[in-house]
Design a protein around this ligand. Structure first.
Ligand SMILES: NC(=O)c1ccc[n+]([C@@H]2O[C@H](COP(=O)([O-])OP(=O)(O)OC[C@H]3O[C@@H](n4cnc5c(N)ncnc54)[C@H](OP(=O)(O)O)[C@@H]3O)[C@@H](O)[C@H]2O)c1
Length: 371
């Protein structure tokens, strides 16, 4: 397997990293019920096959991922990998909390240091907390003590906030949601380029949109070239971006581990060319249209006499298909007036240039957001 490099730091990483968030579980309703024997075999198979980057976090698998990873990395496996975990910034309420949580994590992971330590899931509000509680100085302190090696952050917010955070500290790396569908979403391609110009490489999460790009809907599948598998297109797209160091995959089966190891073994020969990008753009167009409602946020429908933010609610509804239900619920939670407040007066429908049957869609939103 040919390794890849971070621009700023002298570490070589496997093109695929193990995302420790989607191990097989015995009870689908209980994320903490990791099938430990199977998951340990998968993790060790990946490491034996050359994977040297593992990404876990405080809350994955209902707070069990770090404990499990610590156990699975016994017998000499810890020394073979770069271990990444994340500070649960939403729990930090004082400067002392930073070291407190890191020490608990080191205990769970059964190690004396974390190689890649990220501030978890930064958005504007959490970035404000980072500043308020002097988190970055505390992390530098932890680094001086040898508890962490490289400092980064994972991110879910707008491009503008991304730039603000990238410019706000001397980061070694960062982690974003990115794939051939999310090129203009959150940090997006623009963010990748911006950080790349500053010499900071990316770790990629959700390379397959949580599995959606490995299992395209028939309408979208029609548009994708059959020269490679869907999974290969998703991965090869990312491995063709020089700003990306490692692509995390949340593998759930041994078959996926084996498949991803095979693809990672040949990334260099599979760099995309212009026609491939054009083809994937076409796939994205259909995917985006498949977005459940073709709202363009023109706001012609507003204001709603019953107080609904129609484009905002539709954006959340589309995210159930294009991002994830949990993400969509977070967006939806911003709106005090929910879809069930629609009285089907249909005033908005007369205004909509896309001819969306808004009152009908609102009924679907009610169902989708209740699931
Ligand atoms: N910091 C953050 O805020 C954050 C957020 C999200 C993720 N992450 C990290 O990033 C990692 C990667 O994100 P992700 O788990 O969402 O990755 P992903 O690759 O987008 O989704 C993982 C899913 O893709 C499918 N898959 C993977 N390899 C496959 C293969 N060879 N063949 C067929 N299907 C395959 C599987 O879905 P099915 O088994 O369902 O088909 C798997 O569960 C996470 O595990 C986690 O470590 C971090």
């Amino acid at each position: 397997m040919q390794y890849r490099k971070f621009q700023k730091i002298d570490v070589e990483v496997s093109p695929i990293g193990f995302g420790c968030m989607r191990f097989p579980v015995s009870d689908p309703k209980d994320e903490s019920s990791i099938c430990k024997e199977e998951a340990k075999k998968m993790l060790r198979k990946a490491i034996d096959g050359g994977v040297n980057y593992l990404d876990t976090a405080w809350m994955y698998h209902n707070f069990s991922s770090e404990d499990f990873v610590g156990e699975a990395l016994q017998d000499g496996y810890r020394e073979k990998v770069n271990l990444a975990t994340k500070l649960p910034i939403w729990l930090v309420e004082s400067e002392d909390d930073v070291m407190k949580y890191l020490d608990i994590q080191l205990g769970k992971l059964k190690t004396d240091h974390v190689d890649f330590y990220l501030v978890h899931g930064l958005d504007q509000e959490r970035w404000d907390s980072v500043k308020k509680y002097n988190v970055l100085a505390k992390l530098e302190e932890a680094r001086a003590m040898g508890k962490v090696k490289y400092l980064g952050f994972s991110f879910h917010d707008s491009y503008e906030t991304f730039v603000d955070i990238i410019d706000g500290f001397d980061w070694d790396f960062y982690q974003i949601q990115f794939n051939y569908i999310n090129t203009d979403y959150q940090a997006g391609m623009k963010g990748l380029k911006y950080a790349g110009e500053k010499g900071i490489s990316a770790v990629i999460m959700e390379p397959m949109l949580g599995g959606k790009l490995a299992n395209l809907t028939p309408q979208v599948e029609e548009r994708i070239s059959k020269e490679r598998s869907q999974v290969e297109w998703a991965l090869d797209f990312l491995w063709s971006q020089p700003e990306i160091a490692v692509v995390l995959s949340g593998m759930s089966t041994m078959e996926q581990v084996e498949g991803n190891l095979e693809y990672a073994g040949r990334w260099e020969e599979r760099q995309l060319v212009e026609e491939d990008y054009e083809m994937l753009k076409g796939v994205k167009e259909v995917f985006d249209k498949m977005a459940l409602v073709p709202c363009t946020k023109c706001n012609y429908c507003m204001p709603c006499p019953f107080g609904l933010n129609i484009p905002g609610i539709f954006e959340a509804y589309n995210q159930t298909a294009s991002v994830s239900t949990s993400f969509a619920l977070k967006t939806y939670a911003q709106y005090d007036v929910k879809a069930d407040a629609c009285r089907a007066c249909r005033r908005c429908e007369k205004e909509c240039p896309q001819h969306i049957e808004i009152s009908e869609v609102m009924k679907k939103v009610v169902t989708a957001m209740a699931e």
